[in-house]
Design a protein around this ligand. Structure first.
Ligand SMILES: C[S@@+](CC[C@H](N)C(=O)[O-])C[C@H]1O[C@@H](n2cnc3c(N)ncnc32)[C@H](O)[C@@H]1O
Length: 226
């Protein structure tokens, strides 16, 4: 029976995101509702939310992709930025807590690599979503990250905002993804939009990218239309 359990565990850890889910489950068993279960400190979480939500306007629709416990909803409420909020995640155990804590928000489960509706949300925010490697192979993980971002951009109407761990670190934690910035910029410009901003100033080991849906150029002035 134990051998059978071990086998199931190994197979699950080989699935896309399997190892990540296993670690989240183990951390949740120990810490319960705590940023520690998500692998981040409370102070850092608010700095990240502030940087990621700088283009969110009141009354807009927001998808918190990889919402964990839905803490971004509390952050926006505290800042009096009232929005139509939806959160989604691959982890049922996190979603159950999120639903209990935020009766006024909508939450739904998404599978790894799942699709989202087209142009439904003004803003989509991904906080800490791509830090954990989905598979050991760096190239495969990077492909899955980019493929997920392409789907998110389709679902977005205004701005897609994502944070990553910077590659400019002196220590690499195991199972972690440090997003190369040149590669990210090339991907964004070639596949999504030439209109983006990168903020590498709000924390020492993280940065975020904001990608704008509307990149139409007004000629002959050569300015953006909006
Ligand atoms: C570090 S936690 C951050 C949670 C929350 N965004 C926050 O900042 O408090 C990352 C979350 O992203 C979720 N996640 C990772 N990859 C995902 C994917 N491809 N689709 C949906 N959720 C994902 C994880 O299950 C986890 O809840």
């Amino acid at each position: 029976m134990n051998e059978e359990n071990d086998k199931t565990k190994v197979l699950k850890s080989l699935e896309m995101g399997g190892k990540m889910k296993e670690i989240y489950r183990d951390q949740f068993e120990v810490h319960g509702y705590s940023p520690k279960s998500l692998g981040c400190g409370k102070g850092r979480q608010n700095l990240r939310f502030k940087a990621l939500s700088c283009f969110v306007e009141p009354k807009s629709s927001v998808l918190d992709f990889g919402c964990g416990f839905g803490d971004l909803f509390s952050f926006l409420n505290k800042k009096k930025i009232m929005v139509q909020y939806e959160g989604c995640d691959v982890m049922d155990i996190f979603l159950n807590v999120a639903k209990e804590r935020h009766a006024k928000a909508e939450f739904f489960k998404i599978e790894m690599g799942g699709n989202l509706p087209t142009e439904k949300y003004d803003n989509i925010i991904c906080s800490g979503v791509f830090n954990f490697k989905y598979v050991e192979d760096d190239v495969k993980h990077q492909e899955e990250v980019y493929s997920t971002i392409e789907k998110l951009f389709i679902a977005c109407k205004r701005v897609l905002s994502i944070d990553f761990q910077t590659p400019f670190v002196d220590f690499n934690a195991p199972n972690s993804h440090y997003q190369d910035i040149d590669s990210l910029i090339n991907f964004v410009v070639q596949k999504l939009s030439r209109r983006f901003s990168i903020d590498h100033s709000y924390m020492p080991y993280e940065y975020c990218v904001h990608i704008f849906k509307d990149s139409l150029i007004k000629r002959p002035d050569n300015v953006y239309k909006t």
